[in-house]
Design a protein around this ligand. Structure first.
Ligand code: SAM
Length: 229
């Protein structure tokens, strides 16, 4: 997501419950897995929300799981300004690559972040370093096979050149949420092949679950993934 992304507008969208995918698909996945982890590991845990944006998810996790220590980081200054303005929690402007290796985390959350992030391999390696043994990573991303082609075929996105699935590159595309507010800015979408994601995850961490989410399109447009150290 480019730095001029409107985090305040995103905050409004989330607090008003307009983003139904966030509410019905992403939040239950994150909450369910945190709950399961807490049942197994006890209460004294650390959760890191990487690419926390306006901080809405970080704060909801903190509110729901009061027994956990929760912090958010984001590479974007305006994200952290927005998060700090709305929530009294620990938010730091930081690239995940610079997160201190000495800190050990139980649960790392990447909610709709990995497709927005430049360095996938370095990020997953770094995650494995900061994760406790048996710690987990919760990932949601647009489905790399179907999401962009679906938007193109429905005329929601027009690319300057034809989309080539095999070519891993970034696109600046309009940021749109179904029924959401009008966003003036663009999202930097790093397209990667599905095998790039799977191979990178399994190089450093154990794949626990891999779920393709279908919104009754006849093909899935979202992935929900759990990794373990
Ligand atoms: C699409 S937004 C998702 C925000 C939030 N997780 C949510 O669910 O609303 C992705 C965020 O990841 C952040 N980001 C991208 N690369 C990052 C990195 N290397 N380290 C930390 N944050 C990063 C962007 O600045 C952006 O705020």
């Amino acid at each position: 997501m480019s730095n001029q992304y409107d985090y305040n507008r995103r905050f409004d969208e989330l607090t008003k419950g307009i983003d139904t995918t966030f509410k019905n698909i992403l939040e239950p996945f994150i909450y369910g897995n945190i709950s399961d982890y807490l049942k197994k590991s006890g209460t004294n845990i650390d959760i890191l929300d990487v690419g926390c944006g306006c901080g809405y998810l970080t704060a909801s996790i903190a509110k729901k799981f009061t027994e956990a220590r929760v912090e958010g980081i984001d590479i974007s200054e305006s994200a952290i300004v927005c998060a700090k303005f709305h929530f009294d929690l620990k938010f730091t402007q930081q690239d995940v690559a610079d997160y201190p290796e000495s800190k050990k985390i139980d649960i790392v959350v990447y909610n709709m972040v990995l497709h927005n992030l430049r360095e996938l391999e370095q990020t997953i390696w770094k995650t494995s370093i900061i994760l406790k043994r048996k710690g987990i990573v919760l990932i949601t991303i647009p489905h790399p096979v179907f999401w962009l082609s679906d938007k193109i075929s429905r005329g929601k996105i027009t690319l300057e050149e034809p989309f080539n699935y095999n070519s891993e590159k970034f696109y600046n595309i309009p940021f749109q949420i179904k029924n959401g507010l009008q966003h003036q800015t663009e999202l930097t979408y790093y397209h990667r092949r599905l095998e790039t994601y799977i191979n990178t995850f399994s190089k450093y961490l154990k794949l626990v679950s891999f779920e393709e989410v279908d919104f009754n399109n006849g093909y899935p447009t979202m992935l929900r993934i759990v990794l373990e150290n």
